[in-house]
Design a binder for this molecule. Structure first.
Ligand SMILES: [Ca+2]
Length: 207
């Protein structure tokens, strides 16, 4: 290899993306990961729950993905006990990866998105909390139905970098029925610096 080639290879190694993982949720359960940081999403029982996937992703500073492949048709509902772990590292949670789910394809008019992963926050205060200021990188939350959370459906802590797209927030999975939560508003998302969740309905948006 020429000297230039060696230099180029060295630059490539420095610029190569860090190892990123995909953790695939296969259970609507709520158990934590048995061993965060071992690179495998697995509860003590061997399942990969959303809680376990976030545990594992948080233990891994690279930009991971949480996908879904839960057996059975229809909407799959996850009911976290006491709220999910805050997301503290770059991460994409993509509910549209669940088989049968799809993002919205209609630019105008009727919404045809099919979200099949629901987070029922009846037992949560803040349902999804993004707090990755100390691990810079984007957190993307897409393709989820999030409802019934007593405070914020999505809480973006100070310094966090997030993309929120194609979710049904504060409604059922059809996007047509308000299910409450979010301090009484149909949708409640709190961004960094805002003293309280902005009230009002935010129409679901598919992408
Ligand atoms: Ca693990």
């Amino acid at each position: 290899m020429t000297r230039l080639g060696v230099i180029a290879a060295g630059v490539w190694l420095l610029a190569a993306p860090a190892w990123a993982a995909t953790f695939t949720v296969d259970s609507t359960g709520d158990d934590p990961d048995a061993s965060p940081g071992d690179g495998t999403c697995a509860t003590a029982g061997g399942a990969c729950t959303l809680r376990a996937a976030i545990d594992e992703a948080n233990a891994h500073p690279d930009a991971d993905t949480i996908a879904f492949d839960i057996a059975g048709s229809g909407v799959h509902t996850i009911v976290p006990a006491g709220g999910l772990p805050s997301i503290t590292a770059p991460l994409t949670i993509d509910g549209f990866t669940q088989p049968g789910s799809q993002p919205n394809t209609s630019a105008t008019g009727a919404i045809d998105a099919v979200p099949l992963i629901e987070i029922d926050g009846s037992s949560s205060i803040d349902c999804v909390v993004v707090s990755n200021a100390s691990n810079p990188g984007t957190v993307t939350i897409r393709g989820l139905v999030i409802n019934r959370c007593s405070s914020s459906h999505i809480d973006l802590e100070s310094g966090s970098d997030a993309v929120i797209e194609g979710n049904f927030i504060g409604t059922d999975a059809t996007g047509t029925m308000a299910l409450g939560g979010g301090r009484g508003s149909a949708c409640s998302c709190r961004a960094a610096g805002s003293p309280s969740p902005p009230a009002g309905r935010h129409p679901p948006r598919g992408t």
